[in-house]
Ligand binder design. Structure first.
Ligand code: UN1
Length: 511
């Protein structure tokens, strides 16, 4: 196990303050927040949380910073993000270590998460020279019609514990090249990683005399801090990742003031295993998707929809792998399943298993808490597989824990219907070597999710594509492709370079 004290010193987190803006640290004036490690339950920090009033002051400073930041040329803002990416490269190992301490994900996945930050920085750097608008033909002579993308304003970012740093980076890297300051409310369960990212950023910004220090800030606090971000008219966009319940509240509050929200909420992701599936590949993808990050990704595989003809073979294979799954210390080489975030997560898992059983489900493996060979004080579980009818109510819910429900199907149309039968619409996958089936699944009458994969699992998306989903998942798109447009405002501009004033639609109006 690594030394938390050494990591805390490296990121100046021995006496953390709830508000970090530029290089300034301001102690919170709210109730005391205790940060515990899911690895062994030890207390990592104790700090007073920020209040709504303190949040409002940070937002005001971000709004002032926007005035100067929006006229810094985009490629220069890209250079800032490039340097931040370099700072992350230099700190990859230690930031990943802090991620494991604070959210419990295994070392490999923590390194992957920091890599995801680096990747999105690289993407944003290129983007900073390519925030292009269109030039369109005008119907009037000697006129030019064009669209320009301008910085939008300061952005509020609310993130969850399970990706304590990468999801902020998806937002921040794009927002910064777009010319927008970022005010970040991390999960109360993972404030230290956020403060570490902010101070790394503050260090980079210090080398840019033309960039206001206040463009990157963190406010550690509870729902009142999130509520303040959602209701502040100074924030034209609030990007929120987390539960459907939280997202609905944010969306309602932001909509009341006609602001924009970008939501990445719950998933309830299915994988269809068709008769021609490569069972070896499918098994590996299912296991990574269902037990990776201890089942606590929004992209976690929660439902396996398997064709009757291969169901027994696939379930037997899965059972064998599940029985040997190394559960334990997330720092130890070889561990594949780390701890759940806290006791409440185990409670939710055992409740869901109880409900499944009472709704006719059959527990095939796992589903128990384990105390042997794991660090004391953490919540460690054996991932569960439950065979259950696709119509059982429990299957409609996202339980943030490693439970995989198995349903059997006969016809592909039924499998697709099952895939689409839940309120959430984030990720989905089909394993098949039949091209017709694959195309049907990713086509217009196929999966209704924002992510639809073939022969690769539901989790572990690259940053290059737009990430997000439909229905209760909230409809937002983050990270790659043209997601940057959410962080900018579009101005349509008509320029008349002639000596006449022709009106559009041929209107005659001679005063
Ligand atoms: C999340 O769980 O909120 O596709 C994000 C994935 C990761 C991101 C997950 N790249 O699993």
């Amino acid at each position: 196990m690594s030394s938390f004290e050494a990591i805390a010193r490296e990121f100046s987190l021995t006496a953390p303050a709830a508000v970090a803006i530029g290089a300034e640290r301001i102690a919170g004036e709210g109730r005391t927040l205790s940060v515990r490690s899911p690895v062994d339950g030890r207390r990592l920090a104790e700090l007073p949380a920020a209040t709504a009033e303190q949040t409002a002051r940070v937002v005001e400073r971000a709004a002032r910073a926007f005035q100067a930041f929006r006229v810094v040329p985009a490629p220069r803002r890209g250079e800032l993000v490039r340097r931040y990416g370099e700072a992350l490269r230099a700190k990859k190992e230690s930031l990943a270590e802090l991620v494991t301490w604070e959210c419990g994900k295994i070392r490999q996945e923590a390194l992957g998460e920091v890599q995801e930050m680096i990747d999105v920085c690289d993407f944003a750097v290129g983007l900073s020279r390519k925030l292009e608008g269109s030039t369109l033909p005008s119907e009037r002579p000697n006129h030019r019609l064009m669209e320009q993308w301008h910085p939008l304003g300061p952005i509020g970012v609310i993130t969850a514990f399970n990706f304590p740093v990468a999801v902020w980076a998806w937002n921040a890297a794009l927002a910064l090249v777009a010319g927008d300051p970022v005010v970040w409310k991390p999960s109360e369960k993972t404030p230290l990683t956020a403060l570490a990212c902010q101070s790394l950023a503050a260090g980079v910004i210090a080398g840019f005399p033309d960039v206001p220090a206040d463009v990157v800030s963190v406010v550690v606090g509870g729902a009142d801090v999130g509520e303040e971000l959602a209701s502040s008219r100074l924030l034209p966009l609030v990007s929120a990742t987390g539960s459907v319940r939280m997202g609905r509240r944010v969306a309602e509050t932001v909509a009341r003031r006609l602001g924009r929200s970008l939501l990445e909420l719950g998933g309830n992701n299915a994988l269809v295993a068709a008769p021609s599936a490569d069972l070896e590949l499918a098994t590996r993808a299912i296991v990574f998707g269902a037990v990776g990050t201890a089942g606590q990704r929004c992209t976690t595989l929660r439902r396996l929809v398997v064709h009757r003809s291969i169901a027994d073979a696939l379930v037997t294979r899965l059972g064998n792998v599940y029985q040997r799954l190394p559960v334990g210390d997330p720092f130890a080489a070889g561990t594949l399943v780390g701890p759940l975030i806290d006791e409440a997560a185990w409670l939710a898992m055992s409740r869901a298993l109880g409900a499944a059983e009472s709704q006719g489900g059959r527990l095939l493996t796992g589903g128990t808490r384990t105390f042997s060979g794991v660090p004391e004080g953490g919540v460690y579980v054996r991932p569960a597989i439950v065979e259950i009818d696709a119509a059982a109510p429990i299957v409609q819910e996202e339980t943030f824990a490693p439970i995989l429900y198995v349903h059997r199907y006969e016809a592909l149309t039924d499998a697709i219907a099952i895939n689409n039968s839940v309120p959430q619409g984030l990720s989905s996958a089909i394993f098949t070597t039949d091209q017709r089936e694959a195309e049907a699944f990713v086509g217009p009458a196929g999966s209704d999710c924002g992510l639809a994969n073939v022969n690769t699992g539901t989790s572990g998306a690259e940053i290059g594509g737009a990430f997000g989903g439909e229905k209760d998942t909230g409809g937002g798109r983050e990270s790659g492709s043209d997601s940057w447009k959410a962080y900018m405002r579009r101005a349509t501009t008509t320029v008349n370079y002639g000596a006449e004033l022709p009106l559009a639609q041929g209107i005659e109006f001679d005063a």
